[in-house]
Design a protein around this ligand. Structure first.
Ligand code: XMP
Length: 513
């Protein structure tokens, strides 16, 4: 069985970050619910447990509480923030309701030079706090190993049982030595090796896919995005020609997209690729439609139809491959006031497979996005595919306010290609979440040469984001904006004005529709 650390999720905003930090230490980690029973945990044989933070107070009437039995398993435990308070609460320490939240940067003074958590770290560390309740007396067997301005018990440990509690958050970037603290826990305390590597993951996944698929065939809808591309490359490595990828051109793709996908997958990887050009059908159905929700519905429905027909042509297959990622399958903790419970992606969870009689193969479903990118690199996919920005399923249709026509698609494609090209040339493309052009139905007066024009407007959108749920607009340099504007106005016929979108999400969304 693979060595792993289990993270009990008490509903913190940062639970997934903890899991990623552990994996960055090359140790596999899994997020489970806070109330998983101790016997079930024992059956998974983890090398250590981490109790996440959470928005609740241990005294709140519906505070999420773990099975008391976890403290009897003989497994090392690290409690972070709420997790530390839970530990103190269950083991008879003292947690007091804070009068005010301690929030922001603080300084930690390590008072015990022999504490395993702070091995090889300086005595004074910058840390990030965000908690309401406060530990005021450690449970029996524990002692303070670090203090802060605000707390005598900023870090506590029970050396014998290998239990640790931290009031601050080691997982966030604002705690610069946090990685070492987590590494000290998983390697130094729990004794984990460094076995979680993408090379090893490929070997194991290939074995698993082969065992599951046997002599059967797999179909996979390739979108050109990172996830489906990496899933395709991985499944192809496992079963070669028994994988057929279906690529649907809905007429709403970026410039050059169909060509790149056919080149990379068909020509270089020699993956069987069934190219379905349904662009005319999509555009016909979208004719005259301007309402964003209706556009999306029509595109979704048409896609299912086209894809279903394509699978019939692809011949008998029992399996459908999908690039589902770990964040899509983590069950969110149903705690009142937990923002993570609400932020559940509504995208990418289409009803497609359930309606169809396929068994799913989801070889990325325990990976985070950055791991999928690493995996893609190891599998030899080009940087251009592995590092590309997200692109919505309904494509250019949601970046075109008003009616979707071939002519308008061509206009937007041309403007968008300029944005992508210049963002790449200036080095900004790979630094941010998304950057693209939007076509507005607004016409305005201009002059070009001696002539008066009455043409359309392009908006440029560039945003920074961790996961697409919230986003900030990017302060692109004026020189770059100037270049984008000049090129778009000069090169895209029908456009005489360029604007820059300076709205954040919320309240605006990233896409315009
Ligand atoms: P919004 O516009 O909701 O977008 O702020 C958040 C992120 O999701 C992407 N997006 C989609 N992705 N199918 C997708 O696969 C969709 O229908 C869809 N709509 C939006 C968007 O590009 C952004 O990254």
């Amino acid at each position: 069985m693979k060595e792993q650390i289990l993270i009990l999720d008490f509903g913190a905003q940062y639970t997934q970050v903890i899991a990623r930090r552990v994996r960055e230490c090359r140790v596999y980690s899994t997020i489970v619910r806070f109330d998983m029973r101790a016997e079930e945990i024992a059956a998974l044989n983890p090398k250590g447990l981490i109790l996440s933070g959470g928005p609740a107070s241990v005294y709140a009437p519906q505070a999420p509480l773990p099975d008391r039995g976890i403290f009897e398993l003989g497994i090392p435990i690290l409690g972070i923030c709420y997790g530390a308070q839970i530990m103190a609460h269950f083991l008879d320490g003292k947690v007091e309701r804070g009068q005010k939240r301690e929030y922001g940067k603080g300084t930690l003074l390590v008072t015990d030079p022999f504490s395993a958590l702070f091995a090889n770290l300086p005595d004074s560390l910058q840390v990030w706090n965000s908690h309401g309740d406060k530990l005021t007396a450690p449970p029996a067997g524990f002692k303070a190993v670090a203090t802060s301005d605000n707390s005598e018990f900023a870090a506590i440990e029970d050396r014998e049982r290998k239990f640790f509690g931290l009031q601050f958050h080691p997982e966030v970037a604002h705690t610069p030595n946090g990685r070492e603290i987590i590494s000290n826990f998983v390697h130094g305390v729990c004794g984990c090796g460094k076995d979680w590597t993408m090379g090893r993951y490929i070997d194991e996944a290939v074995e698993e896919i082969r065992a599951e698929v046997g002599r059967e065939r797999v179909l996979l809808g390739l979108s050109g995005g990172v996830d489906s591309s990496v899933a395709a490359a991985l499944i192809h490595k496992a079963i070669g020609d028994r994988l057929t990828c279906i690529f649907v051109n809905n007429g709403l793709l970026r410039g050059g997209e169909a060509r790149v996908v056919r080149e990379v997958f068909g020509r270089n990887f020699k993956i069987k690729l069934q190219y379905e050009d349904a662009s005319k059908l999509f555009l016909r159905r979208l004719k005259g439609v301007t309402d964003p929700e209706r556009k999306r519905k029509i595109i979704g429905k048409t896609f299912i139809e086209v894809f279903q027909a394509a699978t019939k042509r692809a011949g008998a297959a029992r399996f459908l491959g999908q690039g589902t990622l770990y964040p899509d399958v983590i069950e969110s903790v149903p705690i009142a006031g937990n923002p993570a419970a609400l932020i559940k992606s509504h995208h990418n969870v289409g009803g497609l497979p359930r309606k169809m009689k396929f068994k799913l193969i989801e070889p990325l479903k325990c990976l985070f996005k950055d791991e999928v990118r690493q995996l893609g690199m190891e599998l030899g996919l080009p940087h251009e595919i592995v590092m590309r920005q997200p692109f919505p399923g309904p494509g250019l249709a949601v970046r075109m306010v008003g009616e979707v026509t071939f002519r308008r698609c061509e206009m937007l494609r041309a403007a968008d290609s300029i944005v992508v090209e210049e963002m790449k040339a200036s080095g900004w493309y790979y630094r941010i979440w998304q950057s693209f052009a939007v076509l507005l139905p607004v016409r305005s007066v201009g002059v070009m040469g001696d002539e008066r024009t009455y043409d359309f407007t392009i908006a440029i959108r560039a945003v920074e984001s961790q996961d697409g749920m919230t986003a900030d607009w990017v302060k692109l340099p004026y020189e770059l904006l100037e270049k984008l504007s000049n090129r778009i106005i000069n090169e895209v016929k029908g456009v005489n004005r360029v604007c820059f979108d300076i709205s954040s999400k919320p309240p605006a969304t990233i896409e315009w529709e």
